[in-house]
Ligand binder design. Sequence first.
Ligand SMILES: Cc1cc2nc3c(=O)[nH]c(=O)nc-3n(C[C@H](O)[C@H](O)[C@H](O)COP(=O)(O)OP(=O)(O)OC[C@H]3O[C@@H](n4cnc5c(N)ncnc54)[C@H](O)[C@@H]3O)c2cc1C
Length: 389
Amino acid sequence: MAAFRQLDYFALEEEFSEEERMVRDTVRGWVSERFLPVIMEHFEAGTFPHELTPELAELGVFGPTIPEEYGGAGLNSVAYGLICQELERGDSGLRSFVSVQGSLVMYPIFAYGSEEQKREWLPRLASGEAIGCFGLTEPDFGSNPGGMLTSAVKDGSDWVLNGRKMWITNGTGCAVAVVWARTEDGVRGFLVPGDTKGFTAPEQKHKWSLRASITSELVLEDVRVPESAMLPKAKGLKGPLGCLTQARYGIAWGGIGAALACFDEALSYTKERIVFDKPVAAFQIPQQKFANMATQITMGQMLALRLGRLKDAGKMTHSQVSMAKRNNVHIALEAARTCRDMMGANGVSLEYQVGRHLCNLESVYTYEGTHDIHTLAIGHEVTGIAAYR
Ligand SMILES: Cc1cc2nc3c(=O)[nH]c(=O)nc-3n(C[C@H](O)[C@H](O)[C@H](O)COP(=O)(O)OP(=O)(O)OC[C@H]3O[C@@H](n4cnc5c(N)ncnc54)[C@H](O)[C@@H]3O)c2cc1C
């Protein structure tokens, strides 16, 4: 595989600090050397390369913005974004694994947890010794999590949880599940250790997207946890939605990574592939496709960078995240499809990356708020009128 060459049409390299570039380049090198050689095999088998978890922990990608005293790397949000970009250049399943661990498991414990919960879980999650999952979606409630049926009922000093979650990344074999459940006081979050009696997490098989990512159902049958398992500072749907804002931020950068991978691969391929006595890249129609993709990717890079700077300044809004996630995943999906086409039949072979990214991005388009739900979030912000129902 040829060395990756990043598109940087507007010299954004100059906008990153030395530390941000160093973090990006370290993760980029690791993805090229350690991950890309094994991803095809895992994608085909429908497995995640768990043997690489200690190396990911060593890289510091689990909860990189969490302070060092809890095991995190204390990096800024732009560095975190660049990590997501590079991981998703490898595979959306890899970025999903890391996003869930950091933004959907470590973040709620850090932001909403008690000091004991932070001390108990964060260092273990940062070191990869414990892998967590985030259970919000249910069989009948995805875009509208407020309708959830999973319940938590107080019994003495314990809570008893019952219900089902679906499409939960990293559920099978997790050490801890962040489970969102309805209580008399509204939605609350609970830290459920994976070995708790009544908790099971069977794997959901037969996916044609995010194949190198474990997706699970969570079944909760009279799962009893102590009072101390509840996240004390998360009250109502704001709790899970706040976590999703963090994860969507990473996806906005991740989309760029997937698009860059496809663009780079198709560019190399079309310069080599001869049709009608000339390289594919020498014809006007492919050049128009490259011009369109280069423009879209460049705009996506600027959006992600500005979003990151706003986040680090404490000024980012959830509707800005909606815009960046929606746009960047959309342009990545379009780029993956265009690149797949430009590579002809080889575009459907797993020997190349474009088809894998194309399939993966269909899930990314849907999870963490579908494309259309983010459209409504932006529409709400712009018009002041909510159109969800
Ligand atoms: C691989 C994968 C991994 C996932 N990982 C997790 C995870 O770790 N944790 C977790 O909790 N969830 C996870 N999810 C679930 C994901 O977040 C949901 O699938 C997503 O929120 C959409 O919900 P749904 O599938 O129920 O679709 P639905 O809500 O049924 O939506 C179906 C269609 O209707 C549209 N729609 C819905 N409401 C409206 C409306 N008001 N107006 C217009 N159109 C509307 C949607 O845009 C969509 O096109 C994962 C999903 C996948 C595919």
